[in-house]
Design a protein around this ligand. Structure first.
Ligand SMILES: Nc1ncnc2c1ncn2[C@@H]1O[C@H](COP(=O)(O)OP(=O)(O)O)[C@@H](O)[C@H]1O
Ligand SMILES: O=P(O)(O)OC[C@H]1O[C@](O)(COP(=O)(O)O)[C@@H](O)[C@@H]1O
Ligand SMILES: [Mg+2]
Length: 340
């Protein structure tokens, strides 16, 4: 079989490990041939396809980013599945492995519905995909955020300041929750649980009153109770979504104005996505890659590889994309007992 690989959406530590896993097992066990599709769906509609022999994936499991490049170009609004079928036919591609988050996998589902042979691999630092217990990239992002918060705490303590840390998480607060718990934050603010301005200031004040330098971790998609609108700029990504960012700065000013505690904001941004994947993410990504090529070989079209417990399984793309995996309220409540 000739198999086309692409990575789409925001990049994520572990993408290269998946590519390596697919190609190595596909070459050694099934004698498949591989091609790389450049920059996600852009390469599929603009016909940018090149050979992906096993020599190209050497030593890749520890390399950040993606050798294939990524983008947020939509194939649906750029020629649709007819164009995709045309490019696949020109290169005699029998099947696709699409590696991406909920957006990419939604597109993969549309492809499968239209008869394109496709298997999905879930990726996201946000950990917001249903039907898989974990996605690779999340562990790395949480480690980077935790280490950063630990560092911010010591400088905050030296100056007696409140430190606000904005982490990624457009729709869900998994990174904020895990990094916040790991680093002992005094408040963790996530999109799933709007909180009032008064409550945030009260937590900061309580920590200060106990002689601590307050640490507030906020996911970029958090909104104050009653506000509803996420903070971002008027710029949009390639898919037209507002670029988020700025809630950390808003909280910083709020806490300083209302409590008088000197406060600083740090936005971690793309530091959370760059660089080498953790060993956990390398292992998960490699397992996903080798399972994906098994699924292709077994013609399990319209499915996605997933982690359930300690097993890698195949799930229907429809189940994986029907709802986002948000932080359950009781998990946030568990952490909130220690706030302030
Ligand atoms: N419902 C949709 N209809 C058409 N294209 C979509 C849809 N959802 C996602 N896409 C395309 O897939 C791309 C990847 O999705 P995105 O959410 O950006 O990344 P991720 O796959 O990481 O979630 C989007 O930028 C967009 O071009
Ligand atoms: O700066 P970019 O590339 O637009 O990405 C920002 C987004 O990437 C993410 O980390 C991951 O989003 P996707 O998984 O949808 O790519 C979001 O939390 C964040 O809003
Ligand atoms: Mg997405």
């Amino acid at each position: 079989m000739k198999i086309g690989l692409l990575t789409a959406g925001g990049d994520c530590p572990g993408l290269n490990a998946v590519i390596r896993g697919v190609v190595l097992k596909g070459d050694r066990i099934y004698d498949h041939e591989f091609v790389g599709i450049k920059d996600g769906f852009r390469g599929l509609v603009e016909d940018i396809v090149s050979p992906l022999p096993r020599q190209r994936v050497r030593g890749l499991s520890k390399v950040g980013g993606t050798i294939l490049g990524t983008s947020r170009v939509s194939p649906i609004t750029n020629g649709g599945t007819e164009r995709v079928k045309e490019v696949m036919a020109r290169h005699e591609i029998d099947a696709l492995v699409t590696i991406g988050g909920e957006g990419t996998l939604t597109v993969a589902r549309m492809f499968a519905d239209d008869g394109i042979p496709v298997v999905g691999v879930p990726k996201t630092i946000d950990n917001d995909l249903s039907a898989t217990d974990r996605t690779f990239g999340f562990d790395t992002a949480v480690s980077i955020a935790t280490e950063s918060i630990d560092r911010l705490r010591t400088t905050g303590e030296a100056h007696g300041r409140c430190m606000v840390v904005e982490v990624m998480g457009r729709n869900v607060g998994w990174i904020a929750l895990h990094a916040g718990i790991a680093s002992g934050a005094h408040a963790i603010l996530i999109p799933e649980v709007p909180v009032s301005r008064e409550q945030v200031c009260e937590w900061a004040q309580q920590a200060q009153d106990r002689g601590r330098a307050p640490v507030v971790v906020v996911a970029e998609g958090f909104t104050f109770a009653g506000d509803g609108t996420q903070v971002g700029s008027d710029r949009t990504d390639e898919f037209g979504r507002k670029l988020l960012g700025g809630i950390g700065e808003q909280i910083t000013r709020l806490v300083e104005e209302r409590t008088g505690i000197e406060t600083r904001n740090t936005t971690l941004g793309h530091l959370q996505r760059g660089g080498v994947p953790s060993s956990y993410d390398r292992v998960l990504a490699t397992r996903f890659g080798t399972a994906a090529v098994d699924a292709v070989s077994a013609k399990k079209w319209g499915t996605m590889v997933a982690l359930q417990g300690i097993d890698i399984v195949n799930v229907n793309l429809r189940d994986a994309t029907s709802a986002l995996k948000t932080v359950p309220r009781d998990q946030w409540d568990e952490a909130a007992i220690l706030f302030g």
